[in-house]
Design a protein around this ligand. Sequence first.
Ligand code: GGG
Length: 354
Amino acid sequence: MLASYRVAVIAGDGIGKEVIPIGQKVVEAAIGDRATIEWVALPWSSDYYREHGTMMPDDGLVQLRTFDAIYLGAVGDPPDVPDHITLWGLLLPIRKQFDLHVNVRPIRLFPGITGPLRDKGPADIDMLFIRENTEGEYAGAGGRVHTGTEHEVAIQSSVFSRFNVERVVRYAFEQAKVRRKHLTSITKSNAMQYGMPFWDDVVNEVSRDYPDVEVTSMLVDAAAAAMITKPEAFDVAVGSNLFADILTDLGGALMGSLGLPPSANIAADPTVPSLFEPVHGSAPDIAGKGIANPMGTIWAGAMMLDHLGEPDAARGILAALEKVSSDGNVLTGDLGGSATTIEVGEAVLKALDS
Ligand code: GGG
């Protein structure tokens, strides 16, 4: 019987609204007649917030729970709506309530793309970040007191639970096992003396189950430098919510553009929808101009297909992206080209056919 998938589409804000329709077209073309996809567009965004006072309806999570996957563009419309409202009103509640425990972020220099590092090519820049995705620095533990007075205090605490750190680290080891068998664990254990040495302890404990995986422990500042000076040293990297978020933006820069990296927010419970999105945000500076790079969103669509059990279609999209990058004729401005978002989408569709 033909497989059928129901996917919730939250294009969101800014360039999210421009890149998501392109991603949908490519996903549909890649899947062909192997399966059917029912897309359900949900208008949850900053516009929705301006109209309703919330980023999504009260039963938003109940609605989302019925889907097989969520395809998200971007959230953020500063300064009109503060960033912490957009993020805590939509993306973070989905990650937390659906227990999307890991955020998988591949960082690869595509063939034909000139990255910013002299003498480093696609063979040197090929890493997979596993970002802890529901707690850590984004746990939301804290508060503000004496607001508006000169005694005002703000506290933001990081939270690391054994249950969560262990499963995230284990996920990273599993990835390392099927890649180059090297895991870099990124912390700041010298300065953050409770949560981060705890993270190191868990990594050491879990490593006993993976004797064939070599582990390197790095402070986040050293890791940032090493990603520039010696990117080939990274295979799989695992880090806390904040650290891995920052380092994967750096990874996007190594790829030549933040428009390229995708991410997969994976639910611990396979009956709950996972969420797929580009790493980039809403990019208000270029929104509405039709020049945003859709490649990260398209790649996120491939990760979604792979997760849904359509690895051939996913591989087809990756190959098409690589063909477009190798040819180098149809690229957006961030990659040195002059093509529009739609033109890049059409080039990927054509490459899928070839
Ligand atoms: N692609 C979704 C998006 O808008 N990302 C930007 C962002 O700030 N995300 C927050 C995060 O990943 O923690």
